[in-house]
Each structure stands twice: as C-alpha cells, then as structure tokens.
Write a protein that binds this ligand. Structure first.
Ligand code: ADP
Length: 269
C-alpha cells in the first residue's frame, strides 16, 4: 500500500465521492421507478370504480332494470363514486405534499387536541367495529401545518380501528419525552408481518389486497403520513406483531413551544 502513497491519497479522496454519486444515481432511479409505478397504479385505481359506474348506468339506461331494483343500482353507483372522490382527494393531498408542502402555512398546533378531535370523529366507526378508544397524556404545542398533522394522525388512528379485532382497543398517548414530543397510537389489531412493515408506507401498498374493498381504504393513507412526516422532520417508528397489534410512534423534533406554559414562540414566559 505504501508504494503509491499519492495515488492512494487521491483514491481515498475519490472513493467517497464516487460512492455518493453512485447512491445518488440509485436514488434517482428508484424515484423514477416509483413515479412510473404510481402513474400505472393511479390509472388502475381510477379505472376500476369508473368502469363499474358506467356499467351500472348503462344497464339502468337500457330499461331492463325493474323499478324496484333501481335504488340498489343507484346505491352502487353512489358507493363507487364516493370511493372515487376519496381517492382523488388523497391523490391531490399527496401531490401537494410531494412539492414539499409549498404554500402550506405553519402555525402553532396542539397535538393533544388533534388526537381528541380525531377520536371523537372516529367514535361511530369504532362502535361499528366494537373497538374502544382511549386518549392519555398532556397538551403538546408544535409548530406545523395543522391540516397535514391532522390528516396524519387521522390516518394512523383510522387504521388502528379498521385493522383491529372485535372487542379490541386503541390507546393514544400524547406527551413530551426526553427525545422530544411524541404521539403513540397502540392497537390490539391484526398486526403486520415483519417483512411488510416498511412497505405499508408505499403508495397503494396493502397487506391484504383482497379485503381492501371492504375496508374502503385507498392505500394512500400511510404514504400521506410518510410525506407529512418528512415535511415536518418527524420520525416514524412502527412496531407490530401479527395477531397481537401495532404501535405507531411519531417522534417530533424538539421545539421550543413548551406544553406547561402553553406559550407561543413570541412569548417565552
Ligand atoms: P389503506 O387505505 O389500505 O388503509 P394505508 O396506506 O393507510 O392504506 O395502509 C396500508 C396498509 O397497511 C393497509 O392496507 C393495511 O394492510 C396495513 N396497515 C396499516 N395500518 C395498520 C394497522 N394499524 N394494523 C394492521 N395493518 C395496518
């Protein structure tokens, strides 16, 4: 090695550069591939409900449907159209977050009250699934985009109810820790296989493809969570055991908005 000290020096300097160029190239390729897959998935996801809608409408138009069957057909069209609306809304939200959240206003929000609102909005769904919900902790003030944080917490809590079991529970905790503010959502649901934990944050990824129609999800909820987290520099931790349940922790970066004062940035006292 010592025979060519200068060459080695140059090599030492170049290696990290070359490696970082290589990893940048790979990252770019991956993003490109994901963009292509996303477009293909969007087309498919939009086409499925649209095909049903036009099919039902065509049959109704033909005059072959008996009067008493009409409401049933209309109901199916309404359901598929509602699905489409949710899907298009999610796609719009994602593309806004894709641009890094430009134009989205940051403000002081209380994470505890977002969780409180979410739980009360989920009450009816939880009752239908025979799942109990509970919130503990304290107010935590955070500088962020209200709509995005609300959407993230809603998506995580909604999943905790949807993928739960009869008689199960969802426990939400909000508070400050030495690592920073945390929101923890713990469910006693069906759990996620270890090898799929990372994948659930991908667009349109669903563990159980066959039940996606029943649960009514778009497969975009957690990718909205992932993008919102990146925008706010929030870390996500996912722990899960099949058959036992899932715990998702949002770890917020430390900020100077103290919960005990409830004060804002401009008022440190
Ligand atoms: P979806 O609209 O299908 O709920 P998400 O992006 O919100 O889409 O979630 C992706 C997939 O991750 C879900 O389809 C489900 O298989 C799995 N998943 C998400 N949250 C949970 C949870 N709390 N318990 C079990 N599985 C979950």
């Amino acid at each position: 090695d010592l025979e060519h000290p200068i060459e080695n020096e140059v090599y030492d300097e170049l290696t990290p550069l070359l490696l970082s160029m290589e990893s940048q190239r790979k990252e770019k390729e991956k993003n490109e591939r994901m963009r292509r897959e996303f477009s293909a998935n969007v087309s498919h996801e939009l086409k499925t409900p649209l095909t049903s809608i036009s099919g039902y409408a065509e049959i109704m138009k033909s005059g072959l449907v008996k009067a008493e069957d009409m409401p049933g057909f209309a109901e199916r069209i309404y359901k598929e159209a509602s699905r489409l609306i949710v899907l298009v809304e999610d796609i719009i939200k994602l593309s806004k977050l894709d641009e890094g959240g430009v134009g989205l206003e940051h403000e002081r929000v209380d994470l505890y009250s977002i969780c409180e609102d979410t739980i009360s909005r989920l009450e009816r769904m939880a009752e239908r699934h025979h799942v109990s919900m509970e919130l503990n902790g304290e107010p935590v003030y955070y500088e962020g985009v209200y709509r995005v944080l609300d959407e993230m917490i809603w998506n995580i809590c909604e999943n905790a109810v949807k993928y739960n079991k009869d008689g199960g529970s969802v426990k939400v905790w909000v508070g400050n820790t030495l690592e920073g503010p945390k929101v923890i959502v713990k469910d006693t649901g069906i759990g996620i296989p270890q090898e799929e934990i990372e994948r659930i944050y991908e667009r349109f990824y669903r563990v159980d493809k066959s039940h996606s129609k029943e649960t009514g999800g778009t497969g975009l909820g957690l990718s909205i969570v992932k993008h919102g987290a990146a925008m706010h520099q929030i870390r996500i931790k996912t722990e899960s055991k099949v058959g036992k349940g899932t715990t998702i922790t949002l770890l917020f970066s430390k900020n100077d908005l103290k919960s005990e004062t409830g004060g804002s940035k401009s008022n440190p006292h």
